[in-house]
Unconditional design. Structure first.
Length: 239
């Protein structure tokens, strides 16, 4: 209780691979923590190795009676392929369904070899790294992982799971982000927050989807770019 949250977050994520900067993680935690008077869980689309999931887990654990639902394709080493231009994409098969990612905006060879390939040197897949990060942070009681895409929100809706905050950081193509927003709306409560990574930065698909589906949507308000690439909006009560 006496250790500042800023310090707790820095310690929590210092060994978790990922690209979410600390200022964004602080902002995400604060937003999640301040949902204390709203009923519901947290939802994350695109969890990678668990960097932001651990921060949401910290908020969930402090609030009590809150679960973090984390959805990701969690690719294995064998799922990646090099494209003709040298960049990389991946395709995964889950329960007989094939999913693709980094198809429209691929991962260039240099960042892939620097940031992604080394992750597979001692692990078969990203899910192993995610699980280790959650267990190491002591968040396994409040974090639940699902392997797939945002279509899993349909299943959560049938289970009557409501979410008061959703963080979208999945496939960055325009169609995928629009689809994620639509699926998240199945479980996002009125008065809940929807958040985006890589907003209005280097990903045109993300920015355009936010413009079309959130900013110009009368059912959302309090739209604000919070950090260099972190955008939030509130689903209005009359939506």
């Amino acid at each position: 209780m006496r250790i500042p949250i800023v310090q707790q977050i820095e310690t929590l994520v210092q060994e978790i691979p990922g690209w979410s900067p600390l200022d964004q993680l602080y902002t995400l935690f604060n937003l999640a923590y301040l949902t204390i008077d709203t009923q519901g869980d947290f939802l994350e689309i695109g969890s990678w190795c668990g960097r932001s999931a651990s921060v949401l887990g910290l908020a969930a654990r402090l609030l009590g009676n809150t679960t973090v639902h984390c959805i990701d394709l969690f690719p294995e080493k064998k799922d990646w392929r090099q494209n003709t231009d040298g960049s990389y994409s991946f395709m995964v098969e889950i329960d007989g369904v094939t999913y693709g990612s980094y198809q429209e905006q691929t991962v260039w060879q240099e960042p892939f070899e620097r940031d992604i390939a080394p992750l597979y040197e001692n692990h078969s897949g990203i899910f192993d790294l995610f699980t280790q990060a959650i267990e190491r942070s002591g968040m396994e009681a409040v974090v639940k992982a699902y392997r797939g895409d945002s279509e899993i929100c349909k299943r959560l809706a049938t289970l009557n799971i409501d979410c008061k905050l959703a963080f979208i950081d999945g496939d960055h193509s325009y169609a995928a982000v629009c689809r994620d927003i639509h699926n998240v709306e199945r479980v996002l409560v009125k008065g809940g927050w929807i958040c985006f990574d890589d907003a209005f930065s280097h990903y045109e698909g993300v920015s355009r989807a936010i413009e079309d589906c959130i900013i110009h949507n009368p059912h959302y308000g309090f739209c604000q770019q919070m950090t260099r690439k972190f955008f939030i909006a509130k689903r209005l009560q009359n939506s």
